[in-house]
Design a protein around this ligand. Structure first.
Ligand code: CP
Ligand code: NVA
Length: 306
């Protein structure tokens, strides 16, 4: 089987996503029923973190052990990655010893360079540009709660960041629309998102207008990892981009609220929204594990019938 990497959302086809969402549901049901399912026995996942993580680390690590495999955890500070060993050499070495690699890093170019020298599949666990595993879990969560996402409207309120770019890619591929509202200076960049054109997304100045009639309202931190120096300027620029009850009130009555977490209550979202009845953030976080188990299975075993 040819190696497949998962570096951005558009690395898989719509048909492959349909498969993954079905597999994730099956794998989740087995987990909930305490059924052992270990198709990745004797397989090893290396996880490389150049930025902090709670969900990504726990979901990949627990998921891999549950599937019968094991993990190696590396960070910049405790490996030669932090001492300027070329990323290409690291890829050549690590990929001779493990079956799968997950990387969380800064520039997308870094993960692409790693993948170009890797003998095994590489998964993007977040870069400055993309967070495909999160959107995989988010769409799986939407499907669980509301059914197919095709034709639906997702409102993105906040930074034109890695999450926003990935939502745009997903909309382009899976046939839904994203209504984007960002402060000026923090817009999404179509060329970074790599989408064909604004047919799958629409830009709104007013965040409340973006939420009008939405099936899902979602946001993220004002300051992503790696942009901490801009924190004070961002706090001022983003003050009106806080998802509040008024924004939820103009969305569809059954609209869901999602946030990839970690969240800052009182900044990008009001506590009454994230802790309210429309919020599915805890399902969303849990589903990282189920969706990524399906992804790891797919990258290592293909469309298994088990
Ligand atoms: N949502 C997410 O990726 O969380 P972590 O930064 O905790 O991994
Ligand atoms: N946009 C955020 C997501 C964290 C999971 C960041 O990159 O820090």
């Amino acid at each position: 089987m040819a190696i497949r990497h998962y570096l951005k959302f558009s690395d898989l086809t719509a048909d492959e996503y349909a498969w993954l969402f079905e597999r994730a549901a099956l794998i989740k049901a087995r987990f909930k029923a305490y059924e052992k399912y270990q198709p990745l026995a004797d397989r090893t996942l290396a996880m490389i973190f150049e930025k902090a993580s709670t969900r990504t680390r726990v979901s990949f690590e627990a998921g891999m052990y549950q599937m019968g495999g094991s993990v190696v955890h590396l960070t910049t500070g405790d490996s030669q990655l932090g001492r300027a060993e070329p990323i290409e050499d690291s890829a050549r070495v690590i990929s001779r010893m493990v079956d799968l690699v997950m990387i969380r890093t800064f520039g997308q170019d870094k993960i692409e360079r790693f993948a170009s020298c890797s003998r095994v599949p590489v998964i993007n666990g977040l870069t400055n540009e993309f967070h495909p595993c999160q959107i995989l879990a988010d769409i799986f969560t939407f499907i669980e709660h509301r059914g197919a996402i095709q034709g639906k409207v997702v409102a993105w309120v906040g930074d034109g960041n890695n999450m926003a770019n990935t939502w745009l890619q997903a909309a382009d591929l899976l046939g839904f629309s994203v209504h984007v509202s960002t402060p000026s200076g923090y817009e999404v960049d179509q060329s970074v998102a790599g989408v064909r054109g604004p047919h799958s997304y629409k830009v709104f100045k007013d965040p409340k207008e973006a939420c009008q009639g939405a099936d899902l309202v979602t946001t993220d931190v004002w300051t992503s990892m790696g942009y901490e120096a801009e924190n004070e300027a961002r706090k001022k620029a983003f003050a009106d981009w806080c998802v509040d009850a008024d924004m939820m009130a103009v969305a569809k009555p059954d609209a869901l609220f999602m946030h990839c977490l970690p969240a800052h209550r009182g900044e990008e979202v009001q506590a009454e929204v994230i802790d309210g009845p429309q919020s599915v953030v805890w399902d969303e976080a849990e589903n990282r594990m189920h969706a990524q188990k399906a992804l790891m299975e797919f990258l290592l075993l293909g469309r298994t019938a088990a």
